[in-house]
Design a binder for this molecule. Structure first.
Ligand SMILES: Cc1cc2nc3c(=O)[nH]c(=O)nc-3n(C[C@H](O)[C@H](O)[C@H](O)COP(=O)(O)OP(=O)(O)OC[C@H]3O[C@@H](n4cnc5c(N)ncnc54)[C@H](O)[C@@H]3O)c2cc1C
Length: 442
């Protein structure tokens, strides 16, 4: 038995084996052998999901494509790239930069595997930008029955495969639409919730990327704006201060040290939050500006382990839902030790996408595990589930949620169609696992 654990150490699994194919033919043969032996199989990406979505079913094997990670083709006219699906985002970014290209949009974690990001609906923030998989032009995959298949984004079936949750076979190649290399000017500014609400439409429309955060137990909100620019990049010293000193040392190491004490006495959390707000946020009335290559601008260093819940819901309900969360934290007295992040994503037509059919707001909230110590947070996450469900919230597939199959059915129009299609493609259920069975209520 081998052991797999995710980045956050919230999920452990023991597949019978982990295999590392190096070619498409090897992947194809693996799927055929698993079919013959009725052995469950599942691809594992970077294990950055917070739940067990990447674990093979009992007695099954996990496949890692980390040795199948080359760039196969760059189209300099169309600004697109075709990669083997095991590539991680950082090495793709590095190769794209050499070819004067950038990925169009990223979340704050830029260490995912590219196919894992597509399969879970990974996203950033910005009203003109969909989830990451919206930039995919074509997938090549090995189907559960062991056939090669190509799906273009113009094919009707693309809507089914786009957010595939790892149950529709093994993606072997991805062609992605990129953009000429770009820099982002980042502006961070404290703003009251009322101001953010009154300027909401403008903030969304006039910025390429916009999100905001709230530091719980304080009155501190901050907007984050990212806009394409030709201005020169900020100095190396400033970059080190932003990512090294503030990002890693203060926001991770020092924060972890403080939260260690709060793991014994949760009443310390509000004071720690106030201190972190003073250290990290710009002063009242001032704004912090910087210019970085886009991937640096999107990125937020994460070292301190955490668990996360994040839901998408109608963008029109942003402030209503957000105020309910604030109210819930106040009334229950629960201590929340990390900023709550509010992001915005354009709608799509993908059957299993949390952004299917409507422009959405994503609200994400975390609880940290300083030096591995876990405070009790189940009740908090359950309260978040409860509020978001009232608003037909759809959880991020790679994060935590405790909602029922009935809730999924209500909130995903194509829920039954998707699983019907999966069962047709994979009658032996080889790509099913505990995660998929749980969400299906099996
Ligand atoms: C610190 C941190 C910050 C994060 N920030 C963000 C963020 O800003 N935005 C956001 O949306 N998410 C974020 N996440 C969540 C995480 O990035 C996503 O869940 C991510 O998409 C998982 O990618 P992965 O490579 O780790 O995939 P894994 O977790 O390893 O796998 C996820 C799924 O993809 C499937 N899969 C992987 N490869 C293939 C393949 N070749 N073919 C078919 N299926 C495949 C797996 O079977 C599994 O079902 C964050 C996570 C962490 C740990």
């Amino acid at each position: 038995m081998k052991q797999l654990k995710n980045w956050a150490k919230t999920t452990f699994c023991s597949p019978k084996d982990i295999v590392y194919p190096t070619s498409e033919e090897e992947i194809l043969n693996l799927v055929k052998i698993c079919n013959e032996n009725h052995t469950p199989i599942k691809v594992v990406g970077a294990k950055h999901s917070y739940n067990d979505i990447f674990c093979a079913d009992k007695g099954g094997i996990n496949v890692s494509l980390k040795k199948f990670h080359a760039i196969e083709h760059i189209d300099h006219v169309q600004h697109s790239v075709t990669v083997q699906a095991g590539i991680r985002i950082p090495s793709l970014i590095k190769q794209l930069k050499k070819n004067n290209l950038s990925l169009k949009n990223l979340g704050t974690n830029i260490f995912d595997n590219i196919a894992g990001a597509c399969s879970t609906g990974y996203h950033g923030s910005g009203m003109d930008y969909g989830i990451f998989v919206s930039d995919v032009l074509e997938f090549r995959l090995i189907t559960p029955s062991g056939e090669k298949k190509t799906i273009k984004n113009s094919d009707a079936e693309f809507d089914i495969y786009a957010v595939g949750l790892g149950v529709l076979g093994i993606i072997t190649h991805i062609t992605l639409q990129c953009e000429p290399y770009f820099k982002l000017e980042v502006t961070e500014k404290k703003m009251s919730l009322e101001m953010i609400e009154s300027q909401f439409d403008t903030l969304l429309k006039e910025n390429d990327h916009f999100k905001f955060i709230w530091i719980p137990h304080t009155t501190d909100f901050m907007i984050w704006l990212g806009n394409r620019t030709d201005k020169p990049v900020s100095s190396s010293f400033k970059k080190w201060m932003t990512y090294g000193f503030t990002g890693v040392i203060i926001n991770n190491f020092f924060h972890e040290f403080l939260l260690f004490f709060a793991s014994f006495k949760r009443s310390l959390v509000p004071s720690i939050n106030r201190l972190m707000s003073k250290l990290l946020l710009p002063k009242e009335g001032e704004s912090a500006q910087s210019v970085y290559p886009s991937h640096w601008a999107f990125f937020l260093p994460h070292v301190l382990k955490q668990d996360v819940v994040e839901y998408a819901f109608k963008i029109e309900e942003t402030f209503d839902v957000f105020r309910q969360l604030i109210e819930m934290i106040h009334t229950t007295g629960m201590r929340v030790d990390t900023p709550i992040e509010v992001r915005f994503v354009k709608k799509d037509t993908f059957w299993m996408s949390p952004t299917q059919g409507e422009d959405v707001c994503f609200i994400g909230t975390k609880i940290h595990f300083p030096y591995g110590r876990e405070p009790e947070y189940f009740r908090y996450f359950s309260e978040v589930d409860r509020i978001l469900l009232k608003h037909s919230g759809r959880p991020h597939w790679g994060k935590q949620f405790r909602i029922t199959t009935e809730d999924f059915k209500k909130n995903y129009k194509k829920w039954d169609d998707f699983w019907h299609f999966v069962d047709q493609e994979d009658p032996n259920g080889l790509f099913q696992n505990a995660f998929s069975k749980r969400v299906r209520g099996q």
